[in-house]
Design a protein around this ligand. Structure first.
Ligand SMILES: NC(=O)c1ccc[n+]([C@@H]2O[C@H](COP(=O)([O-])OP(=O)(O)OC[C@H]3O[C@@H](n4cnc5c(N)ncnc54)[C@H](OP(=O)(O)O)[C@@H]3O)[C@@H](O)[C@H]2O)c1
Length: 282
């Protein structure tokens, strides 16, 4: 990449992107003010910033339901502070958004569009959407919304590891993001300094059942789990709030000529690589 990239937030996504972009700088510095953000920009003098910092909840997003202020700070106030610093210093900002701001059926049968108003329910998704609403009014800012990351590298945030670890799994179908493709898309958005909202999800949809079937085919033929409905997730106490399940369309990446692999192709490739890495590490 020709542009000098600064990645803010050294969690799952920030670290994964930094691993793929050897020339990028990864900052784990905690930012609590616009001044902190300006100082960081002065220190590294980037052309483009990826905001991979945020609050996703530990052990999971249900944490956000009772930690509203921390969630608002990390997912709404922090992106606004970063955007303000970037505007002042004339630096492009790509903010990591979430496709989980949409719940259920989309107005268009082909899926939720970048231009659709969202209908977030959980504290996490409301806070993420609040940032999207205001950041998308600014010049020199892009928002890359991802969903349910799938990767060949094992990690607690990887949907493969998550689903494989659950005894009871919900039988749902979603738009999802293969991280290898996301990294490629983010690199192009940062390079082009593309503005607007982008649904960074692979074309097509994936059922949890399909992912588990591939896991059984390539990783562990003896894997077993029980299937439950979305509602049972909450009624059995496994989650506090219903999770967002949805189909997204990605019109704005296509307009820039940026493509992601169809999900069925990308997920088979990812599962094969995941299995090979697992085998090599045993
Ligand atoms: N993972 C997903 O499934 C997913 C899906 C859609 C969107 N996203 C978005 O992608 C972004 C990154 O998510 P992730 O999965 O990488 O989460 P993560 O592993 O929790 O990483 C987030 C990082 O941000 C840091 N951070 C929090 N507040 C900060 C602050 N004030 N200043 C600087 N750093 C701060 C966290 O530090 P501490 O650990 O010290 O708190 C952590 O290292 C988030 O905006 C998330 O909403 C993620």
């Amino acid at each position: 990449m020709a542009k000098k990239i600064l990645i803010i937030g050294n969690g799952f996504m920030g670290t994964r992107c930094a691993g793929a972009w050897p020339d990028a700088v990864l900052s784990g510095k905690i930012i609590t003010s616009v001044k902190d953000a300006e100082d960081l920009l002065d220190e590294h003098k980037p052309d483009s910033v990826l905001n991979a910092a945020g609050i996703t909840g530990k052990p999971n997003v249900d944490w956000c339901e009772t930690h509203q202020l921390e969630t608002m700070f990390g997912n709404t106030v922090l992106p606004i502070m970063l955007a303000e610093a970037c505007q002042k210093k004339n630096v492009y900002l790509l903010h990591m958004g979430s496709g989980c701001v949409f719940y259920g059926e989309s107005p268009d049968p082909k899926g939720w569009k970048e231009s659709d108003f969202a209908n977030p329910s959980a504290v996490y998704s409301r806070a993420k959407y609040a940032a999207d609403l205001v950041l998308s009014t600014l010049p020199n800012v892009g928002i890359g919304r991802i969903r349910m990351p799938i990767d060949y590298i094992s990690s607690p945030g990887n949907l493969i590891d998550k689903l494989a670890s659950y005894k009871k799994v919900i039988d749902v179908e979603n738009s999802v993001t293969v991280l290898e493709d996301m990294i490629h898309v983010f690199a192009q958005l940062l390079e082009k300094q593309a503005t607007g909202i982008f649904h960074v999800t692979n074309p097509g949809t994936l059922k949890h059942k399909e992912l588990i079937a591939l896991y059984k085919e390539y990783v562990d033929p003896n894997h077993a789990n029980e299937w439950i409905t979305e509602e049972e997730l909450v009624t059995t106490g496994l989650a506090k709030k219903l999770r967002s399940n949805n189909f997204l369309q990605s019109e704005n990446l296509e307009k820039l000529g940026i493509h992601m692999r169809p999900i069925k192709e990308a997920v088979v490739d990812t599962m094969k690589k995941y299995a090979a890495l697992k085998k090599a590490s045993n």
